[in-house]
Design a protein around this ligand. Structure first.
Ligand code: HEM
Length: 453
């Protein structure tokens, strides 16, 4: 699969994308749909040279399963964090998301136990309850904004499950801060010409204020755990117990707060988008909604639990199809450390490689009629027959999403809980999104909810 660097040296460079420079500049910044036009013009592995190398690193976009596997499925010593992660690190300090591979390993080892498939089951009660509270509030039925409601549900789930706090009242303020900070970093990372970091531009000052506001929230979380040793906050406790393998010293308060911030960011927007999109889809497809209701009702008239998930197979299919059509991480970036072989092309050391998850999920060679909503693409037989590199909402390879089991459990329990109690009718025929960093609904996403008899 992966040629050693010397062998890669004999391969041709990926073909240069033929689109005009100005168009490419725009497309690269449309983090989701831009991928489709770039691939249509340049193929599944395409080199994008919009400015001289001394201004911006060489840039290659990869869209096919084998090329993606060659980038992220390899020994991670050959591909590293990229300019996007560097910008996040500059703005919000060290964290699991941004640490270079070498420093990342011990942090990952310390935090992984909180997020295993087995351990996240203990959070199931919080997850179902957050969705039930929404259902209770809407017993009278009426008009809702699915975007706002799902944000609240996922923020509550995350807060109560791993952070030891109820984030209910601050959900909207946190979401706003997160968008300001993440939009600034992604935008900056993809600019061929950037203002120096020391220059206090208005956008940078706004992003810094947003980060400071979130760090204050995380500092309060940490203090609350110190003040009350019985407080149930597994992620905060894991960070407090983590040690540096070389020095044996614990993490600084600053590092703990930075990690908590990144978990709020990575663990909230993403699941909120997945749940909102799945509910919106069900609100447009009553027949699929009826099937979810039937299986969730068959479980019984009680709170749904992690043990019920195997009986919620069609609900899971809906979530997979929602994640295919609207992957919350539309793409990810890596930096190559050596020349590497990617689907028969040489990608030079120091290249920014953009992995196009959005385009992969809409590849007509893998997904016939890719725009059509069809949960049967994820029937047990179809899943069994599918290559694992065809569907990558949580990425994969050496550095996948640590929150995958958490997100899967949370969205499955929430979707089944809500739809079992309330009929959803989505008013809008489209699901508009913004992609400041991760993909978020461009709310409002209006729907009518009606209690089921
Ligand atoms: C539907 C929901 C989610 C999706 C689609 C998703 C997707 C992803 C993807 C694609 C990455 C790789 C990013 C990169 O390498 O640049 C990632 C990383 C990460 N995710 Fe998620 N995620 C979701 C939910 C969560 C949740 C619930 C949490 C935590 C509670 C979380 C925490 C993280 C963290 C900390 C990383 C960095 C991991 C590392 O580098 O080791 N995510 N996620």
């Amino acid at each position: 699969m992966t040629a050693p660097p010397t062998e890669a040296g004999l391969l041709p460079l990926a073909p240069r994308n033929p689109l005009p420079y100005r168009q490419l500049l725009k497309l690269v910044r449309a983090l989701d749909t831009g991928q489709l036009t770039i691939r249509a013009a340049g193929g599944p592995v395409t080199r994008i040279q919009v400015v001289p190398k001394w201004l911006f690193p060489p840039f290659v976009a990869v869209f096919s399963p084998d090329a993606i596997r060659d980038v992220i499925g390899r020994n991670d010593a050959l591909s590293e964090r990229c300019i996007v992660h560097d910008e996040v690190r500059d703005m919000a300090g060290d964290s699991l998301f941004v640490l270079p591979n070498e420093l990342w390993r011990p942090r990952k080892r310390a935090l992984q136990p909180v997020f295993t498939k087995h351990n996240v089951r203990s959070f199931g009660g919080h997850m179902s309850r957050a969705a039930e509270e929404f259902v209770e509030d809407r017993r009278a039925g009426g008009e809702v904004d699915l975007d706002v409601e799902c944000r609240r549900i996922t923020m509550q789930s995350l807060g109560r499950s791993v952070l030891g706090v109820d984030l209910n009242d601050s959900a909207e303020a946190i979401a706003e801060h997160m968008h300001v900070a993440s939009a600034y970093t992604a935008d900056r990372a993809l600019r061929p010409i950037r203002a120096p970091r020391w220059l206090p531009t208005p956008a940078r000052r706004r992003a810094q204020f947003a980060v400071r506001s979130m760090l204050k929230i995380t500092a309060d979380m940490l203090q609350a755990c110190r003040d009350d040793p019985t407080r149930d906050a597994p992620l905060v406790r894991a960070l407090m117990a983590a040690t540096d393998p070389e020095t044996g010293r614990g993490l600084s308060d600053e590092d703990i707060c930075n990690d908590l911030l990144i978990f709020m960011l990575a663990g909230h927007d993403t699941t909120a988008t997945a749940l909102t999109h799945a509910l919106w889809l069900l609100g447009r497809h009553p027949e699929a909604q009826d099937r979810v209701v039937a299986e969730a009702t068959a479980v019984g008239d009680r709170q749904l639990e992690p043990d019920d998930v195997p009986r919620l197979g069609y609900t899971t299919q809906i979530l997979h199809e929602a994640l295919r059509l609207c992957p919350p991480a539309a793409g990810v970036g890596r930096m190559t450390l050596h020349d590497i072989d990617v689907a028969g092309y040489r990608i030079e050391a120091g290249t920014l490689v953009a992995v196009g998850i959005y385009a992969l999920h809409r590849d007509p060679a893998i997904w016939p009629d890719p725009e059509r909503f069809d949960p049967d693409r994820f029937s047990p037989e179809n899943v069994k027959a599918r290559d694992r590199w065809h569907f990558l909402p949580f990425l994969g390879g050496g550095r996948p999403c640590i929150g995958e089991h958490f997100a899967r459990l949370e969205t499955t329990l929430a979707l089944a809980t809500i739809v079992r109690a309330l009929r959803i009718e989505s008013h809008a025929a489209d699901f508009p999104v913004d992609v400041p960093f991760t993909t978020v609904a461009r709310g409002p996403i209006p729907a009518r909810v009606t209690p089921r008899g």
